[in-house]
Design a protein around this ligand. Structure first.
Ligand code: HPA
Length: 258
């Protein structure tokens, strides 16, 4: 199947779709992927933290997840993330289309291409999130009565702890709009496999230090999350040929020996 959805905190189903759970064995370990079906439309569905939210951000096996999607034939991924808001223009309950990221993660596998037989590659991050998918998302948002902040810079942190006030002040100065714990290396690994990858963030709190206390809107988000799931499916169904350079992002010094 050509399309996949990856969801984050708070989304563990796709409304109206039947899920068939599968364990897929990859060179990087097992991945739990669901085949989601509705009215003849089929896509791969991965809940990043597991369907019962048991995997913390730093323990997600990103390589197994992305490799499993590739093994299923996936070429287009639409991801969603729960985030904290740094930019005052994206309040909690707001949605944001990612256009770039700042990576503050460490000790996570960064690549499929580790040298030797696995190959060696450098991947362009000119446009980490597929601009053609992004345009479609913004176009269809109105149909789903959703407002989406365009051009959003995602700050990736390791977690599982939240940030300190000084860290958030630093991220704001660097141009970060939202902060989350799972966006990297997922986007990088998808691009290493020449996939088109777009992402929508949904804010569930003001980032540390922006308000007196950190408050989470999770409970109130249900309606927005449902609409968001509808938009994500609709976007994947409507996508035709994509006029972007996503499939040319990888520059191999040595291709993998398979
Ligand atoms: N920081 C990091 N990750 C998050 C946050 C946050 O404030 N909210 C949701 N995911």
């Amino acid at each position: 199947m050509e399309s996949a959805i990856i969801t984050g905190t708070g989304i563990y189903a796709i409304p109206g779709f039947e899920l068939e759970q599968q364990q897929i064995k990859t060179p990087f370990g097992l991945a739990q992927v669901n085949i989601a079906r509705k009215d003849g439309f089929e896509l791969a569905y991965l809940a990043r933290h597991g369907l019962n939210h048991t995997t913390p951000p730093h323990n997600i096996n990103f390589r197994a997840n992305l490799k499993a999607l590739q093994m299923l034939g996936v070429k287009r991924v639409l991801a969603t993330y729960a985030v904290g808001s740094i930019n005052r223009e994206i309040p909690p309950m707001g949605l944001a289309l990612l256009s770039d990221f700042l990576d503050f993660t460490n000790n996570r596998p960064l690549t499929f291409y580790e040298g030797g037989k696995s190959g060696l590659a450098h991947t362009s991050m000119d446009a980490p999130y597929c601009p053609a998918m992004g345009r479609k998302i913004l176009e269809l948002a109105a149909v789903h009565k959703l407002q989406i902040h365009p051009e959003t810079v995602y700050v990736a942190t390791n977690g599982p702890r939240f940030e300190t006030p000084a860290e958030i002040r630093m991220y704001a100065k660097l141009g970060g709009d939202v902060v989350g714990m799972t966006g990297v290396p997922e986007v990088v690994l998808a691009r290493e496999l020449n996939m088109h990858y777009a992402a929508i963030a949904y804010s569930i709190n003001w980032a540390t230090g922006l308000e007196k206390e950190m408050e989470f809107v999770s409970e109130k988000m249900q309606e927005i999350r449902q609409k968001l799931a509808g938009l994500v499916v609709h976007t994947l169904q409507e996508l035709k040929t994509l006029d972007c350079g996503c499939e040319k992002a990888v520059m191999f010094m040595h291709p993998p020996e398979e």
